[in-house]
Design a protein around this ligand. Structure first.
Ligand code: NIG
Ligand code: FE
Length: 414
């Protein structure tokens, strides 16, 4: 099946296959073609060009994109979208003055979600998570990473990862999964964190690897959760099983998690709301992608990741939603792109690069996703009629998406 998009007002993010991530000053460049066409063959982008030259004629379907912009679908490299229920009450508690940390220290927070998840049958967990996935695809996300971490027991962690795998099998969006058993210390191990880590390293990781349920491993390296030493221990144990690290660091405190991630060749280090000069230096010369999660900063009223400092230090940067019930109950990448522009002072070009190609890199997908490149997946957003791509973050509260293509097919949200 050949589908031709014609008269595209502007086709964004044209890249050569060899570009796997964009860093520093180069993030300001967003290569585009005005008045373009794009040919989809099967599930891939087969060719594109200017309307004045070599427009293919033998096609099965033509879609006129007059007035519309076409860009690669969003690559959301950090979510916890498999979860049970919600934490609306904690949201109200925070409005009334409690902090996220105070709620967590009273047994709320991650442990609250873990209890809810353990009491939720797998089928129901699937149903709730499926609704979130459908919503984010409609909002233009074509590739998404999903973490476990609300199970905190072998049985419940496996349940979460099975649900994520089932979503991957049943939906066209590309899904990568991450084992986050070290998200919090469960109640029954509260005075014996080491024993819980031992269980993670010696029992959960081997089982998860055996069942091929995860691509990556994660840990919440933070005061009151897991230390840098714990992080080294976990990442060392995960390595023989091929689980590459993508870790939570520097959300509330800079305790050395960035360096630990870099030491273990982490694919990404995520959050970074609190960032020291040493952390920036640690990232220089590494292959690790720093990932900012501005919807979490917005929702918790905590500092925004200093994206400008990161980019101005010639580093790359990716943007993701952190979709989860406690700190970012949204999977809307359009909002994340807008928040990065409005609150982190990224330009629209920088934010779009960070939410597409760099997001793909942060989940090991930059060879197939994240740019308009011949041979890559035809995962595309066709916007409504808009004056320019800068209008996407500018009109931050509007849904400006007309059609989402995933694997060469228009996505129809029922
Ligand atoms: O990325 N910080 C750790 N984990 C999640 C939030 C977990 C929760 O509150 O449920 C995050 O923000
Ligand atoms: Fe997270």
């Amino acid at each position: 099946m050949k589908v031709l998009l014609t008269n595209i007002k502007e086709l964004l993010q044209i890249r050569d296959i060899s570009e796997s991530k964009i860093s520093g000053n180069r993030l300001k460049e967003l290569p585009t073609i005005e008045n373009a066409w794009l040919l989809i063959e099967g599930d891939s982008i087969s060719n594109f060009g200017n309307m004045n030259e070599q427009v293919p004629s033998l096609v099965d379907e033509t879609i006129d994109c007059q007035g519309k912009i076409v860009l690669p679908s969003w690559c959301d490299s950090h979510t916890h979208l498999v979860y049970a229920g919600n934490r609306e009450q904690e949201f109200v508690d925070r409005i009334n003055g409690l902090t996220y940390q105070e709620i967590a220290s009273k047994g709320g927070g991650i442990l609250n979600s873990a209890k809810l998840l353990r009491d939720t049958p797998e089928e129901e967990l699937y149903r709730q998570s499926e609704a979130r996935l459908k919503e984010v695809i409609s909002l233009g996300t074509g590739a998404v990473e999903i973490k476990s971490g609300y199970g905190l027991t072998m049985e419940s962690e496996l349940k979460m990862l099975r649900v994520a795998k089932r979503l991957a099998a049943n939906y066209p969006a590309t899904i990568k999964t991450t084992f986050l058993g070290a998200h919090a210390v469960p109640e029954n191990f509260k005075d014996n964190k080491d024993a819980y880590l031992e269980q993670i390293c010696n029992e959960m990781i081997p089982k998860i690897a055996e069942e091929n349920l995860a691509d990556y491993v994660d840990i919440f390296c933070e005061e009151g959760y897991f230390t840098v030493e714990d992080t080294h221990r976990l990442l060392k144990a995960a390595k023989p099983y091929g689980l590459v690290p993508k870790i939570h660091v520097n959300q509330f405190n800079a305790i050395g998690g960035v360096q630990a991630g870099v030491d273990h060749n982490a694919l990404s280090v995520d959050h970074l709301e609190i960032l020291t000069d040493e952390d920036i230096d640690a990232l220089k010369g590494s292959e690790t992608m720093p990932v900012a999660l501005p919807a979490c900063s917005y929702f918790l009223s905590i500092p925004y990741t200093p994206g400008r400092r990161i980019i101005d230090a010639a580093l790359p940067l990716a943007l993701a939603t952190d979709y989860n019930p406690g700190s970012s109950p949204t999977g809307n990448m359009n909002f994340v792109v807008a928040a990065a522009c409005i609150k982190m002072k990224l330009t629209p070009e920088e934010a779009i690069n960070a939410a597409t190609l760099n997001g793909a890199y942060a989940m090991g997908l930059s060879e197939s996703h994240g740019s308009v490149t011949r041979g890559k997946k035809a995962n595309l957003i066709i916007t409504k009629n808009i004056p320019s791509y800068g209008y996407l973050p500018y009109a931050f509260g509007s849904n400006l998406i007309d059609t989402v293509f995933i694997n060469g097919k228009p996505w129809k949200h029922e």
